[in-house]
Design a protein around this ligand. Structure first.
Ligand SMILES: Nc1ncnc2c1ncn2[C@@H]1O[C@H](COP(=O)(O)OP(=O)(O)OP(=O)(O)O)[C@@H](O)[C@H]1O
Length: 295
């Protein structure tokens, strides 16, 4: 079965930045978290997948339709089945929340006015309020309600939970979980809030300077992998032990010691019970991968 969202060798050159040979796939039932530092290429990849920018190489597809077709009239039917939320609200400021519902009703054949009204109510959006008067978080809730109310099959979210308070984020994550639990659905979401991804993502794809640097099941990062808090002498012993294969030992020096990425934290704890070894977080995994040394 082919992926619901797929990038194959995406390449895009801007002055001073290149997206190079980006591959990623989101299968049915999956939530893929897309992470990377500011300017790494997440939004560029997402825009390329949606056919919003012209590529210099490679190809993308969503629900079997090539990305470059999505921006044409022939891609309109597929776009009905793609829900998109960016980190800014791209609606005219003078519109009221209730007007937004009316406009989308004529834009999407699949628009579910009842679902939109219900979502707006549940998300505490005042139907009389103008878009320009919404707070950032409220604007994101409105975008999410719009994306969900046309009954999409895939959701593509670019920093969509960034403006939400912790309780609103919880609620949004629950909605995303419900969304993806139904057959034939998938979510690609970029986020700097990796705690959200720890809760919802099945896989984590990390991009750096336009290149994919890892693509791993989330559980491999957060359940199997560990971060050993070594003193300098411990570090030399760990390096010499072969527990982590040579040239795969990733480490990050701090003033207080050296953190070491341990592929199997349970095996490590058996071999070095005296060295503290914590569960890995996505943030630490990214820091060790992007900023750490290898030996
Ligand atoms: N239209 C454009 N013209 C020139 N350069 C661009 C354009 N769009 C993006 N870039 C550059 O591409 C690079 C990647 O930007 P992108 O928005 O994809 O990063 P990002 O990973 O989404 O970052 P952030 O986490 O800050 O949102 C940046 O250096 C940016 O300046």
């Amino acid at each position: 079965m082919s992926a619901l969202i797929e990038a194959k060798g995406l390449t895009k050159h801007y002055e001073g930045f290149s997206l190079e040979n980006v591959n990623l796939a989101v299968e049915e039932g999956e939530v893929v978290g897309f992470i990377g530092q500011n300017g790494a290429g997440k939004s560029t990849t997402i825009k390329a997948l949606l056919g919003l920018i012209r590529l210099d190489g490679g190809e993308g597809q969503i629900l079997g339709t090539p990305s470059d077709e999505l921006s044409r009239a022939s891609g309109a039917a597929v776009k009905e089945r793609v829900g998109v939320v960016f980190d800014t609200v791209s609606l005219p400021g003078h519109l009221r929340v209730c007007d937004v519902g009316r406009i989308y009703r004529s834009a999407y054949a699949s628009w579910d006015a009842h679902a939109f009204d219900r979502l707006a109510r549940e998300l505490d959006l005042d139907p009389k309020k103008a878009v320009k008067d919404l707070s950032r978080g409220m604007g994101m809730k409105l975008s999410l309600a719009c994306a969900l109310a046309h009954d999409p099959q895939v959701l593509i979210l670019d920093e969509a939970t960034a403006g939400l308070d912790p309780m609103a984020r919880d609620e949004a994550l629950d909605r995303l979980r419900d969304f993806v639990a139904r057959p034939g659905r998938a979510i690609l979401m970029s986020s700097h809030i990796t705690s959200d991804l720890e809760r919802i993502a099945d896989r984590i794809v990390c991009i750096d300077a336009g290149h994919i640097v890892f693509d791993l099941p989330k559980d491999v990062i957060t359940d199997e992998t560990g971060i050993a808090r070594c003193r300098v002498a411990d570090f030399e012993r760990v390096a010499a032990s072969g527990v982590v294969p040579e040239r795969e030992l990733r480490y990050l020096r701090h003033d207080y010691g050296i953190d070491v990425l341990v592929p199997d934290r349970f095996a490590f704890a058996e071999n070095f019970p005296e060295i503290p070894c914590d569960r890995m977080t996505i943030d630490d995994y990214m820091a060790l991968t992007l900023k750490g040394g290898v030996r």
